[in-house]
Design a protein around this ligand. Structure first.
Ligand code: MSP
Length: 659
């Protein structure tokens, strides 16, 4: 049986969509899990969602949805993102999962109670719903929480249960300073040691009448547990605490909790104190990462400083996205993310260095030596340098310093490129095929080493590379120069250059729609359902024919600011030319024209995120563009059509189609 390695992430609040911080954390933990698997460990990797507390409760209320419906929807979005990020979790815990989570939490609570560490008292304090925690005046900046400056602090006065954190502060200081519970990086260790000097007892429950959404306190119907008490326990309940002793004993203690710097004290003080009080072994390590900043600024929904990780994934693909996030985080601080940096890193590091080395090696061997080699070039100096860099990558993975591991990986690839360049196998192949093939054999071994080291960072890249190399399921022990007598598969470029201009081109909305004022209207001489309208675009006039006779009297249409498709190919309707099509919402019985009453004739209709097409289109092209009514607006792919002053107005029920 291989040794078990247990890694966790913080469990996210599913009160909205996942953000870049969530993406970073789960990718870091995944890199740890994958590295440990390469080292031969049996990995338990748990993530999940933190579903109780005011934050979720208030968000569901705001969305007007029952709490579980709201949470289920958001949890599905988190899970979908993790799947797309190639995350290899083995356990997903939801704190609303009664059979899995509640029993363990209540068991732990009873243990803390029995140890005399939980007591009741009246309390008044300032509460930040963003952090789900009380704050002292000293911690606030201009009366607001520094982490959530847009949220109002709540003054809470109530009778709560308290946990005796103060009782454990000396013991904890000792445990942390001697690394029995190792806090990484050092700066966070020092921060928590200084916090522990003056740590007070912590509020541990909320009255049900203020917050009904929580796990009931055992033997007290009037209180639910404080959300952090419930949330932290996920690390043990998820692996069986209180319900499956065998699983728990074989998995716990945790090897490493991965969390962000804002929740250091919960994990480095509250949590170990709870465990000591409950007689549960302590976790071994806490890895505290910094924050992802966006274009050098703190993420903030209210200020519009947000990037949706799903959009980035779609734009750049999973390998590039994981690589760029992991390589931008220094071990002891924040790291910045920007699309410009992604493009530079991709083109310079992933393409010009890594992909180039792998592709030139594989394709050269395939083309010139039928993909086979028997021996390798014994360049002791080169192999020693590469194995030393592999060791450096290993040590950095062990210490969660992904940025440095990636540097070592890129250095290996640079050495490979230099070796290939210096030895010039393309010249040598004509004079000394054997020697040239040996050089290629060495390069294949380097590519093999790369395919292993890259696995925690870019698992998909690694799998593709190993397939091309004709190798699979390699582990860290395969980092050597022992591959000989080997045949590879076809070579393919795994990551392509990004062209910044192409990347930022917007998709095209094919309809050129404009506001037009109806200035004259006549009945068609040869068709009883058709009107011939003269329309004004501000700087010119035109004529259209439309089938509105059964639905509108001429005086009802005259003077209206309607919406016209202007780039339709000219049509003749019963002998009369029509230079466009007037848009209306309708079903079988009703037809209601679209309007923009406050917009100047000639105004163009815009669609956010889209370029407006100007190419001529046919009626069949038009039919493919699905426009519908939603809340009296007209939407395309859920985006509202508007002029520069107003949304297009449709006095029709939701779901009506536009034609
Ligand atoms: N629910 C709590 C954690 C309970 S763990 C027992 C929570 N949730 S969260 O959704 O707000 O944050 C989840 C994780 O994302 C935390 O580790 C947090 O530090 C991290 N991040 C939040 N914003 C972040 C960045 N901008 N950058 C990197 N990580 C950040 O806290």
């Amino acid at each position: 049986m291989s040794e078990i390695f247990y890694v966790t992430t913080a469990i996210a609040y599913p009160n909205g969509r996942p953000h870049m911080g969530h993406a970073l954390e789960i990718i870091e933990a995944d890199a740890i899990a994958r590295f440990q698997r390469l080292m031969g460990k049996h990995v338990t990797f748990q993530t999940g969602t933190d579903e109780h507390g005011s934050k979720n409760w208030e968000a569901a209320k705001k969305a007007g949805k029952p709490i579980m419906e709201f949470l289920n929807e958001n949890v599905a979005v988190f899970k979908d993102l993790y799947r797309k990020l190639s995350i290899s979790t083995t356990h997903f815990i939801r704190t609303s999962d009664k059979p899995k989570h509640y029993i363990g939490v209540q068991t732990l609570w009873k243990k803390l109670m029995a140890a005399g560490d939980i007591y009741k008292k009246n309390y008044s304090g300032l509460y930040c719903v963003g952090c789900e925690s009380f704050k002292t005046e000293k911690e606030l900046i201009e009366g607001r929480c520094p982490v959530h400056p847009t949220r109002e602090m709540q003054t809470i006065e109530e009778e709560n249960y308290f946990f005796r954190l103060s009782k454990y502060k000396d013991e904890l200081s000792e445990i942390i300073s001697t690394d029995r519970y190792r806090i990484i990086p050092k700066i966070r260790k020092n921060e928590i040691l200084s916090f522990l000097k003056q740590a007070n007892d912590i509020s541990f429950s909320r009255p049900k009448k203020s917050l009904p959404w929580g796990i009931p306190v055992p033997d007290d119907d009037e209180h639910v547990m404080y959300v952090w008490c419930d949330a932290l326990s996920n690390y043990i309940t998820g692996v069986g605490y209180g319900r499956d002793e065998q699983e728990f004993n074989s998995t716990w203690p945790c090897d490493v909790h991965v969390v962000g710097k804002d929740i250091l004290r919960f994990h480095a003080a509250f949590w170990p104190a709870m465990l000591i009080s409950g007689g549960v072994e302590l976790p071994k390590k806490l890895f505290v990462h910094g924050f992802v900043t966006l274009y050098g600024r703190k993420m903030s929904k209210s200020e519009g400083i947000v990037i949706d990780p799903s959009d980035q994934l779609q734009k750049f693909g999973v390998d590039v996205f994981r690589f760029c996030l992991l390589s931008s985080m220094p071990i002891d601080g924040d790291g910045d993310y920007s699309e410009e940096a992604v493009i530079t890193k991709t083109n310079n590091e992933l393409v010009a260095n890594l992909t180039n080395f792998c592709y030139r090696t594989l394709s050269f061997l395939k083309k010139n030596c039928r993909g086979s080699f028997t021996e390798i070039d014994a360049d002791k100096n080169l192999s020693a340098q590469i194995l030393a860099l592999a060791k450096k990558a290993e040590n950095n993975f062990q210490n969660f310093n992904f940025k440095e591991s990636i540097k070592a990986l890129l250095d290996i690839s640079s050495l490979g490129n230099k070796y290939f360049q210096d030895r010039e196998p393309w010249k040598l192949i004509k004079e000394d095929t054997i020697r040239s093939t040996k050089i290629l054999g060495t390069c294949i071994n380097i590519a093999k080493i790369i395919s292993i080291i890259v696995q925690p960072v870019m698992p998909d890249f690694s799998e593709k590379l190993q397939r091309q190399l004709g190798l699979k399921n390699l582990c860290w022990n395969d980092i050597n120069f022992k591959t000989t007598n080997h045949t590879i598969n076809d070579a393919q470029i795994i990551i392509n250059r990004i062209n910044a201009e192409e990347l930022n081109q917007k998709p095209v909305f094919p309809l050129d729609l404009r506001v037009a004022k109806i200035t004259d209207i006549k009945l068609h001489p040869d068709a009883e359902k058709l009107y011939i309208e003269t329309i004004d675009y501000g700087d010119n006039t035109s004529q259209i024919v439309s089938g509105l006779v059964p639905y509108y009297k001429p005086e009802e249409l005259l003077g209206k600011h309607v919406i016209v498709v202007t780039n339709l190919k000219k049509a003749k309707l019963r002998g009369v030319e029509s230079y466009g099509m007037l848009l209306a919402a309708g079903d079988e019985q009703t037809v209601i024209v679209l309007e923009a009453p406050n917009s100047a004739p000639g105004s163009r209709i815009q669609l956010e995120g889209y370029e407006i097409g100007s190419a001529r289109i046919t009626i069949d092209d038009f039919a493919k563009v699905a426009l519908t009514v939603k809340n009296k607006n007209v939407v395309y792919q859920d985006i509202v059509l508007k002029t520069d002053v107003e949304n297009i107005f449709a006095a029709a029920p939701d779901g009506f189609k536009i034609s």
